[in-house]
Ligand binder design. Sequence first.
Ligand code: FAD
Length: 398
Amino acid sequence: MMDFSLTSEQKMVRDMVRRFAEQELEPNMEEWDEAEAFAPWVFDRMAEQGILGHCLPTRYGGGGMDYITLGLVCEELERIDTSFRVVMSVHIGLCSFGILQWGTEEQKQKYLTPLAKGEKLGTFGMTEPNAGSDVAAIETVAERKGDEYILNGEKMWISLADTADTFVVIARTDPTAGHRGISAFIVERDMPGFESEEIHGKMGIRAGDTGSFTMQDCRVPAENLLGEEGEGFKVGMSCLDGGRYTVAAGAVGLIRACLETSKKYSMERETFGKPIAEHQLVQQMIARMARDEEVTRLLVYKAGWLKNEGVRNTRETSLAKWYGCDAAFRAAEDAVQIHGAYGYSNEYPVERYLRNSKGAVIYEGSAEIQTLLQASYALGMRKDKPLRCELPGWPFEE
Ligand SMILES: Cc1cc2nc3c(=O)[nH]c(=O)nc-3n(C[C@H](O)[C@H](O)[C@H](O)COP(=O)(O)OP(=O)(O)OC[C@H]3O[C@@H](n4cnc5c(N)ncnc54)[C@H](O)[C@@H]3O)c2cc1C
């Protein structure tokens, strides 16, 4: 049996996040985007309402909701601005899910609980100045000395780099072993040798903190190794299964925002004696947005359902992310087109949607990387094997 209906709890969370985003975020968006800043109270409000932990197990202080609910939260946040969905991507999708999947019970108690309660913010540091898509090229090193690892290196283009407390960091423990010589660590901001900096001048997601951090002889206790030594590539890639899901779900919200704004404008604006909504070429753009909202949502629901079932979903999540982000970029471009010269100015939010939408075509595996991944599945060149640790399905064990 197939059931696309939402439960009353899912609807309740969705409506609560929608109200929060419309009432507390939207009125500030223009100002925050312009100033490349956001107010820290947003995180406090997100924490208060449980948004930062809805979809984590109650035994670690979360709300115990399922992966579809997480998708709905991301959709509602990105409908207003991508910056706030990015918070969910790094805090939940990449960092918290990474610890939930690979962490020891002690690590989960120590790190996941404050993340789930929204007392701490988490993120994920893989990208470096000289290594993005090619993860095996990372240069950050982690050297074991007694009961510590000493980390040295720089991470760049990291969301919440200057704000987060808890970092899942990917580093090299064996310089001779390629992707098998990579390990993952849980690093805290206040560990000695850790420093971060904001990056300014981004095209979009300007209300979000993106930055870099350096680790100089940063001493990390050996018990903060996430997974086993040499397992970091797998840890990093499986974190991306969580992150990409939130990005894809956010894309549904961005397409929806483009469609809502374009519908309204096209019914008000007249050319040649009638609303532009009556011109077939404008209708074509509207129809494409309606189609892509629906298709992306279906792809997200499929990936979310697989996550609930506890079934490996790397292929389906990549497909949702790839399709959804391309579609959101196209929807934003069309939304600007429909608004004509007004769309080219900040009088309407569509130019912000366009700037925001480009980021997701690049991060969490660029469109080219997703294309390669999908080709390798389609050609039978890639088959996923079960991992030593899988992200738990839903309902979570309490
Ligand atoms: C706003 C923002 C937030 C981010 N947040 C984070 C974060 O929180 N944590 C984190 O670790 N990273 C983060 N990133 C980094 C992001 O994941 C990387 O930018 C991304 O993986 C691409 O790496 P790169 O920029 O180094 O591009 P490169 O890897 O240098 O690629 C450049 C271009 O070449 C293409 N290319 C590369 N290899 C191939 C190939 N084999 N075949 C075809 N084309 C190829 C790419 O698709 C791209 O178009 C963020 C980036 C942005 C913009």
